[in-house]
Ligand binder design. Structure first.
Ligand SMILES: [Zn+2]
Length: 263
């Protein structure tokens, strides 16, 4: 039976920790490396609902895309949500690993999967990593085999992410040949997308002023929501872990939901 350390070691190579942003908190965040692990749950975020599911399902390890803890902790008490959840997980002896921006940027990471899922060709990082590896770095961009209208591309995004609605900036009829993608809240990549001459950028969510900047620059924006832009990859991560460790029971959280409703 693998140990927490065996799984952590695999993950730190699958989503290389040197690709994580400086401000991030990635790797094994809670747990005893020497303990055996049999049951692993992946999720986007540790919330009361996903923590309860992990405890109820007797997980030994949660692989959560978003780190918990994220901010440095001076105390661990039940006075904060993070404190309550962490104390509950520790009491249930559940370890926590977070790959976060290392997974965003990895060669088989979220942005690569988003770009491939939209059918992009010639996929390249928007901001290449320092390692010089051509396939890793932040965001991705590439070109469509056939030009689409922004609206047609929006339909393709909805289909790939299995969502019914998204937000759009720009003229739905404008022609799109090159597309940038950056999962989560990544409006800061607009400049890099512009520098690559992209006609459109997909990111989960962004600020109003970034929408105005995109509109002024004539770049279409597709905003499917932070949750939808990343949650699909948590399911891929469960498959990757199950493929690597046949002894493990691995599942993507079944209770996890977008906290935002689209009505
Ligand atoms: Zn995120």
């Amino acid at each position: 039976m693998p140990t927490i350390d065996d799984v952590a070691d695999f993950l730190k190579h699958f989503a290389p920790v040197d690709l994580a942003e400086d401000w991030d908190n990635v790797g094994l965040l809670v747990g005893d490396r020497l303990r055996d692990v049999g049951r692993v749950m992946t999720c986007l975020t540790i919330t009361p609902s996903t923590a309860a599911e992990a405890i109820q399902q007797q997980a030994d390890l949660i692989v959560t895309h978003h780190p918990m803890p994220f901010q440095p902790l001076r105390r661990l008490t039940t006075e904060t949500t993070a404190g309550r959840l962490l104390l509950d997980l520790i009491a249930a002896r559940i370890a926590v690993y977070s790959p976060h921006t290392a997974f965003d940027s990895a060669p088989e990471g979220i942005n690569q999967r988003l770009a491939a899922g939209l059918g992009l060709r010639g996929i390249w990082p928007l901001v290449p990593g320092e390692s010089g590896q051509s396939r890793s770095g932040a965001g991705r961009w590439g070109w469509l085999a056939e030009p689409l209208s922004l609206e047609q591309l929006a339909q393709r995004v909805k289909q790939f992410l299995a969502i019914e609605r998204l937000q759009l900036v720009g003229d739905p009829g404008q022609t799109v040949r090159t597309v940038a993608v950056a999962c989560g809240a990544a409006g800061e990549f607009l400049e890099a997308a512009q520098a690559e001459g992209c006609d459109c950028m997909l990111t989960g969510e962004t600020r109003f002023h970034t929408c105005l900047e995109a509109e002024a620059a004539g770049i279409g924006l597709l905003l499917p929501g932070h949750f939808a832009s990343e949650r699909f990859a948590v399911e891929c991560l469960a498959d990757v872990l199950a493929g690597q460790f046949s002894e493990l029971e691995v599942w993507a959280s079944r209770h996890e939901r977008d906290p935002l409703s689209w009505i």
